[in-house]
Design a protein around this ligand. Structure first.
Ligand code: BG6
Length: 456
């Protein structure tokens, strides 16, 4: 059977998207709190003040995770809940929340996978320039130290950053998500430099001060191109395209972040594009940034392709009438074959799929259930691709469904439903969708049920 023993079957969330508890128990604002309150930023003027109220309902949520049968749960810590001013005084009640959550997860037999930063920079630090400030690596180190000090006796798996592609590219370069800034290329170089150093300093803290041997990675994303055929030349072309940077939007590319971190150098494409304008590091800094990690996390939603008919107005994975999710993302199961393959071949680390999933048109039916057959078919196809790559020898240690429950989808507000669990935001009532039960069966059989025929 392809899926190895101990495979980390899981689901994910991020603090701002599920917690709510806006200013509860000493928490202060982060950039998403702040900017979502500005008019016109978020669909329907929504915000994460309450979200799924997970801050208060975490016990019920962990019980549902247990009922589904999850083996792992990926969540992020809200920096400004733990350190309301970003640095300085620790908010005991804030860190206690995560400590209690971790205890409950372990008691339920669920491995906690902790992301340090899923986009919610404390406002106090944003006011000082945020990631552009050369002090930011030290801020991140201090924050990491608090989390490691209080949680690393029980948490083994750490991820530093979730998708720097998105929070730098969309948040700081083109102004499409909080803090809606548009920095010049030169400034983005400085931001990148700070993030590389912040990552390195955090890894050092986890390694040196952690209370048990940790497994460290990050959770990047990026366009992965699907080859036209499985002929050698087509595969090579797709591989090349997957690591080539787009000059207008280099921060979104694979390799911009992960080559320095996993290979200790900038990618060929980055050197070609920027030459001397790339951030400069001393030898010690390179060693800090690229110290060995334990796994390569990857958020994979859709593959990209150059070749199908792409009339104007279609994204390059789409064709006339192609299946797309409600975020308009293409149904491309092969991405869970090619992404792990390309990433493993380049970086040589075991792969953890840190996110994969889809937004659907989910609602509670008259019978009280949520019949999300599209999500079941989606997951079924993607997991068969993942199984194929494992069968071919790529080490994959886990798969994390995005998301454990419907949540605040950033600028989409609550319109997009990605969850295994349906949330009625008026009452906070939770309903496990059909896909949650289906996924539970996949987990219980360690993937064998994927071969029992189509799901419905
Ligand atoms: C990833 C993020 O980009 O995709 C998640 O890590 C996010 O936080 C998910 O919710 C879905 O994307 P979107 O763009 O619909 O929010």
């Amino acid at each position: 059977m392809a899926f190895p023993k101990g495979f980390l079957w899981g689901a994910a969330s991020a603090a701002y998207q599920v917690e709510g508890g806006y200013l509860d128990d000493g928490k202060k604002e982060n950039i998403w709190d702040h900017f979502s309150h500005e008019k016109g930023r978020i669909m329907h003027g929504e915000n994460g003040d309450v979200a799924c109220d997970h801050y208060h309902r975490w016990r019920e949520d962990v019980a549902l995770m247990k009922k589904i049968g999850l083996k792992s749960y990926r969540f992020s810590v809200s920096w400004s809940r733990v350190l309301p001013d970003g640095v300085g005084e620790v908010n005991e009640k804030g860190i206690q929340f995560y400590s209690d959550l971790v205890d409950a997860l372990l008691e339920a037999g669920i491995e906690p996978l902790l992301t340090l930063y899923h986009w919610d920079l404390p406002m106090a630090l944003h006011a000082q320039g945020g990631w552009l400030n050369p002090q930011s690596p030290a801020w991140f180190e201090e924050y990491t130290r608090v989390v490691v000090d209080r949680l690393s006796d029980r948490v083994k798996y750490f991820m530093t950053f979730n998708e720097p592609q998105m929070f730098v590219g969309l948040g700081l370069q083109v102004g499409q998500m909080a803090p809606f800034d548009t920095h010049s290329t030169e400034e983005v170089m400085d931001i990148s430099r700070n993030l590389f150093l912040a990552h390195g300093r955090a890894v050092s803290v986890i390694r040196k001060e952690g209370k048990q041997a940790a497994k460290i990675g990050m959770a990047p994303t990026g366009d992965v191109y699907l080859p036209k055929s499985e002929d050698k030349d087509d595969v090579e072309e797709a591989r090349k395209a997957s690591f080539a940077l787009n000059p207008g939007f280099f921060t979104l590319g694979n390799g911009w972040w992960t080559d320095p971190i996993f290979l200790g150098r900038f990618s060929e494409s980055a050197v070609e594009m920027f030459g001397d304008a790339l951030p400069k590091f001393t030898e010690e800094e390179w060693a800090l940034i690229s110290q060995p990690l334990d796994f390569f996390g990857f958020n994979a939603y859709q593959g990209s392709v150059h070749y199908p008919i792409s009339p104007d107005g279609y994204q390059d994975y789409a064709y006339v009438g192609s299946p797309r999710t409600t975020t308009d993302w293409g149904l491309t199961p092969d991405v869970l074959y090619w992404a792990p393959k390309f990433m493993y071949e380049r970086y040589g680390k075991p792969i953890l799929i840190t996110e994969n999933g889809m937004a659907g048109m989910d609602w509670v039916s008259l019978d009280g259930a949520v019949h999300d057959s599209c999500r079941i078919d989606f997951l079924h196809r993607y997991l068969l691709s993942l199984e194929r790559v494992i069968d071919e020898g790529v080490p994959v240690i886990g798969y994390t469904q995005w998301s454990i429950m419907d949540n605040f989808e950033w600028c989409h507000g609550y319109d997009k439903r990605f969850g295994l669990i349906y949330v009625d935001y008026r009452t906070q009532e939770r309903t496990c969708k059909d896909s949650a039960y289906w996924y539970g069966q996949v987990i219980r059989t360690n993937g064998e049920s994927l071969h029992e025929g189509a799901a419905l």
